[in-house]
Ligand binder design. Structure first.
Ligand code: NAP
Length: 249
């Protein structure tokens, strides 16, 4: 894990990932650098880790300081060690349905749907958010499972009119209380990816949990929902990377 700078949220995320590694017996190595690290220095570290046979997965914690081009750094990671699934090769593999590393957050959402035995074929899934790390890969994964998928974003007109059609509603925006009970179809599965701080500084999602849980069939809480699943899928991707690195794998 490469952590650059002192973003407090990033420090918490990295700490949680290290804890999950300790609990499950994965070896984790944290390389922490000051925000003054140059892009060239970071690229050099990534390239060294690509060649290090004792490392199976490389994770660069985002966001990076503004003087570093995050995409350039991600593209420097060997696709065989891209356990976050952000490399363009991983994104391409997901797009065409080839084996590869799936981004951990949407992958975790798929695992949650699987865990309740939910059949996506023929269902309408609505994803709010179209980022490369959550919204877009989420939509592709749902599509691969034969859902009819609608992607909403900040220019979507009448969001509620679309979300009310959703059998599965996934909110990945970063806005507290964006999804309210009147926007949800009765019985729908609601997955809240959002991570926000409310006025009291407490962690909350994009969904008005108390209101929406009266309407939804299933709903994930924040904290304690998608977040832990993201870390779990990171471990899963890392295990897969390690298995592929084995001779004769
Ligand atoms: P992002 O890159 O900022 O993308 C947010 C998306 O929301 C954009 O596509 C944006 O549309 C859309 N949006 C903004 N306002 C909207 C509105 N009023 N109505 C509909 N769509 C709107 O964020 P991200 O990286 O995808 O993350 C989204 C949220 O998930 C954040 O809260 C983040 O902290 C959280 N997250 C959680 C985990 C976890 O493990 N639980 C992991 C990753 C992210 P445009 O494209 O038009 O701007």
């Amino acid at each position: 894990m490469l952590l650059v700078g002192d973003n407090p949220a990033s420090q918490v995320y990295v700490r949680n990932k290290i804890k999950a590694c300790e609990e499950t017996g994965f070896k984790s190595v944290l390389e922490q650098y000051p925000a003054s690290l140059t892009e060239a220095e970071l690229l050099q570290r990534v390239k060294a880790l690509n060649l290090d046979a004792s490392i199976h997965g490389i994770l660069v914690q985002l966001p990076l300081p503004v003087h570093i081009d995050a995409q350039k750094v991600i593209e420097a990671i060997s696709p065989a060690k891209d356990v976050d699934g952000f490399h363009v090769a991983s994104a391409g593999a997901l797009m065409v349905g080839q084996p590869g590393f799936w981004p951990c957050t949407p992958y975790g959402c798929m695992k949650m749907l699987e865990s309740i035995g939910y059949t996506l074929r023929g269902k309408h899934a609505v994803v709010i958010g179209r980022s490369n790390i959550v919204g877009k890969p989420m939509a592709l994964m749902l599509l691969h499972q034969h859902a009819t998928v609608t992607i909403c974003h900040s220019s979507t007109a009448d969001l509620g009119q679309i979300t009310r059609q959703a059998d599965v509603l996934i909110a990945a925006v970063g806005k507290q209380n964006l999804v309210t009970a009147d926007m949800v179809k009765p019985g729908a599965v609601v997955i809240d990816v959002g991570m926000n701080r409310n006025a009291e500084g407490k962690l909350c999602g994009d969904v008005d949990y108390e209101g929406v849980k009266q309407v939804a069939g299933w709903i994930t809480p924040v904290p304690g929902g998608v977040g832990p699943m993201t870390i779990t899928m990171l471990l899963m991707n890392t295990l897969k990377a390690a298995e592929h690195a084995l001779p004769h794998a």
